[in-house]
Design a protein around this ligand. Structure first.
Ligand code: ATP
Ligand code: MG
Length: 378
């Protein structure tokens, strides 16, 4: 792929993760060529190209079913404060200088040579997340970089965070209000997916960033317990553990523009009535599972309960994993076959039968349920 594009380099996260010995998930490429030219050269090699963002200089090449973004080096020629006019460029240093952190400003060419204009390699080895250029200026250009700092600190940082960055971050807190909520949640979500986001969240709380972006956040102790107990790196689960007890899911989900699936999951995880006691087992467990939301939510509810009260639920989570979710064996057509007319009477008959089935620990099969239903409709 690089061979098709003279002068092309892999840039950003892929180079960083390669050097750090971490899994590389997506590869970004930059080229010192105009985008139309890059698209033409790729197509000549039989590589499929989508013109996804030609105006910003980005095309997407598909290689082994993997999309690779190919972005032309560019220069902002003229700015009226909001709209930059771009010109294609061949200046790699300038491209690196526009990136947020030194560890994200590395590039690698087709020969495998590393280009490191700002000391990113040393910073990566030292676990030092540092802005390219003056921290305050870079954050004022894009306040999302405040949140990105913590995300990358959580992943790559070791020891004390960069002192210049932290001082500038405290001063940048009022600017966070200008960020669109979508970008805030996208970035918070990526922070919450870090193996251990706790220290970064502590720094965010102490610098005022957390209250400014997530005023619903409470104590860090429940999330700490969740992490200690080995819960999966699920962002909505971790978010739920981070919120003050009693936080309402709907307004938060609306504010952060959650997807419907995220909103539903958060609502369930915050519903304290759904949470299981550590000793839940047997018929009680089956009843609870039959009533609980589907998917991974039952296990996550056990995590939430543990985060909240600190009582170990490892054995319970194991039982939840082993127990198939009980499904009430009758449907409308069974009631119909038994002579119940469609309408409210049918609903009632099924509901009473289901209550009876639950009561019995969800063990009655279809035949037993049908018999029970007959006694309810007489
Ligand atoms: P991840 O592996 O988490 O995706 P990444 O480094 O690929 O990390 P992205 O957010 O996907 O991070 O961005 C890709 C690259 O684009 C970054 O490495 C960085 O060089 C640059 N970049 C992204 N967002 C910004 C920003 N707001 N300001 C400056 N540079 C940015
Ligand atoms: Mg990326």
């Amino acid at each position: 792929m690089l061979a098709a594009l003279p002068g092309a380099r892999v840039v950003g996260g892929a180079v960083r993760d390669l050097l750090a010995g971490r899994a590389v998930h997506d590869v970004d490429v930059a080229v010192p060529l105009p985008p139309e030219e890059a698209a033409r050269l790729l197509r000549e090699r039989g590589i499929k190209v989508f013109e996804t963002g030609l105006a910003h200089g980005t095309v997407t090449a598909v290689l082994n079913h993997q999309p690779v973004e190919v972005t032309s080096l560019r220069r902002d020629v003229m700015t009226d404060g909001r709209h930059a006019q771009v010109a294609w460029s061949t200046d790699w240093r300038e491209d690196a200088a526009r990136r947020d952190f030194t560890i994200n400003a590395l590039s690698m060419d087709a020969s495998g040579a590393l280009w490191d204009y700002f000391g990113g390699r040393g910073d990566l080895a030292a676990g030092h997340v540092r802005f390219v250029g003056d921290a305050a200026t870079r954050m004022a250009e894009d306040y999302l970089r405040v949140l990105r700092f913590f995300r990358f600190h959580a992943r790559y940082g070791r020891g004390e965070p960069d002192a210049d960055a932290m001082a500038a971050i405290r001063a940048a807190v009022p600017g966070l209000a200008r960020l669109s909520v979508e970008r805030v949640w996208m970035e918070l979500k990526r922070l919450l997916q870090a193996p251990d986001p706790l220290e970064a969240l502590r720094l965010m709380r102490d610098s005022g960033v957390l209250p400014a972006t997530l005023p619903e956040a409470g104590e860090l102790q429940p999330l700490h317990r969740l992490l200690e107990a080995g819960a999966p790196a699920e962002p909505v689960l971790r978010l739920a553990a981070l919120l003050q007890p009693g936080t309402e899911a709907e307004p938060l989900a609306r504010r952060l523009r959650f997807s419907t699936a995220e909103a539903t999951r958060l609502r369930h995880l915050l519903d304290e009535r759904l949470r299981p006691a550590p000793e839940l087992e047997g018929a009680g467990l089956r009843r609870w599972l039959a009533e609980a939301p589907a998917g991974d939510v039952p296990t996550e509810l056990a995590w939430m309960a543990e985060a909240a009260d600190g009582m170990d639920r490892q054995a319970l989570r194991h039982r939840i994993g082993e127990t198939p979710r009980p499904v009430f064996p009758l449907q409308g057509r069974d009631a119909l076959a038994a002579g119940v007319p469609p309408g409210p009477a049918m609903g009632q008959a099924l509901a009473r039968t289901r209550a009876w089935w639950l009561e019995g620990g969800c063990e009655a099969n279809a035949e037993a349920c049908r018999k029970a239903m007959m006694t309810f409709i007489q």
